[in-house]
Structures are given as C-alpha cells and as structure tokens.
Write a protein that binds this ligand. Sequence first.
Ligand SMILES: [Zn+2]
Length: 271
Amino acid sequence: MIDSKLMAVFAHPDDEAFGTGGILSKYAEAGCDVYLVTATRGEAGQIAEDDLATHADLPFVREQELRCACEIYGIHPPRFLDYADGLLPLIHQGQAVGKVVRLIRELKPQVVVTFGPDGIYGHYDHIAVHRWTTIAVELAADATCFPHHVNERCEPHQVSKLYYRVILEEQIQAMRERGEPAAMMMDGVPFSFVGPPMAEITTVIDVSQYVEHKLRAIRCHATQVGRGSRFSDVSADAQEDPLLAQEHFVLARSRVGWPAGVEADLFDRLR
Ligand SMILES: [Zn+2]
C-alpha cells in the first residue's frame, strides 16, 4: 500500500469512530497514509460526566480526545477546518469548499470518505460536510478553480474514488426491533437514523480484526460516551457484532470504473 492515501472528512470529533474507525485502523496498518479532517472541535456536544470538561474548555478537550483516537488508529494527527459546531449550514459554502479543496491538493488522496446525503441522522452539520466534500472532490482537479492555491504543494489533484459512509437500513430496522433508540437527540428532538438498504451498498469492509481499536478509540471520546459506557468492555463476541465488525459504504464517484458486485476494499482497482 505504498503511496496509497485515504482522507476522511467529517463534522465533529467522534463522527469517525463508529462507522469508520475500522477502515482508518485497517488501512493505516496496511501502510496507507490516512488523514482525518474534522470541520469543528465539537463544542456543542455533551459533557457526559461533569469532571471531564467545562463548556469553556470542551473544544480543547474534544480536540485532545480526537488526537487520542487518531493515535489508536495509527493515522496522522487530525486536521481541523476551524468552524463552529452546530453552525455549518451558515458557513459560506465557497469558503468551506475552498478549504477542503486545499487539503485534497496538499494531501493528494486517491480515496476520500465522507457522509452521505442522509448525514446518518439528518444532522445539518453532517449534511453540510457531505456537500462541501462532494463539491471539493470535483473541483480539486480543476486548475481554474481556486487558482490561488496552486503552488508547489497544492497543484490540482484528481481523487479516484469518493465514498459515502452509511448505516444500513436493515441495521436500523434491527435496532428498532430490539427496542434500541434508532435516533440521536438534538436540542431535545429525536432525529431518526436514515440509511440505504443493502441492495444499494457498493462496498462492505470487514474490520473484525480492528474492533478492539475501534472500541479503544470510542473510549477516547469520553466526553461523548462517558467513562462507564457500554463500549467500556471488549466482550468476546464484539468481533462478531455486525455493527462493529463491518463498515458500509456507497461509492459515489469513481474515475476507475464501477464494481460488478459488492467490493471488499476501498482501494479496489487502484493497486
Ligand atoms: Zn457529528
């Protein structure tokens, strides 16, 4: 995997952990250069236990939590777009796209991963990041776009594959049947999980060997999950839990053709 580069773009520290912690670990271990870009420092998030942070230092604490997770994944330290949590739809889209284009040109990933249009549960910050990243992948290769970037480190770059990280409709349904909340609360309002059915999935990555990495990284995000969370114990059957052991993606843009069946590798056709 020499010269293979993967870049993930998300909104908040911890967005990477549940659905992509496995691929970040797996591709880093395979020798791929793995980068994580996060739009905010998550200052609108919760504080699960009072002594973990104050509202004043929450962005600093969550940055450290994300750095901790990146060390566990074995990837480069996180890059931040330095935007305010909860306000991403209000950001000037051209400015935000320009920031993502600059990072694509600097880091030169063949593969980019971000949210799909559903934002997992319709979170407006997630949907904004989905939009910015999708547009940035298109524009990064065009030298006439953001020409002030173009210098020795930031020449135009063509991303080969863009993936959307998704949660399966069938998994959401199974959560409902088990009586688990298939939603996230935002400002006291439940936002239901949304995802495509398996029939629309192009790519399933087996990360069963990295479930322990994932759980350790999830525990780094202590302000969000708490110290005594259900992720604290690595039970013997965690590697079998499909919510942890497999990560699902939809291939949204490809310059290297399309898979005939379901792919098992984000770098399929790129080696
Ligand atoms: Zn988020």
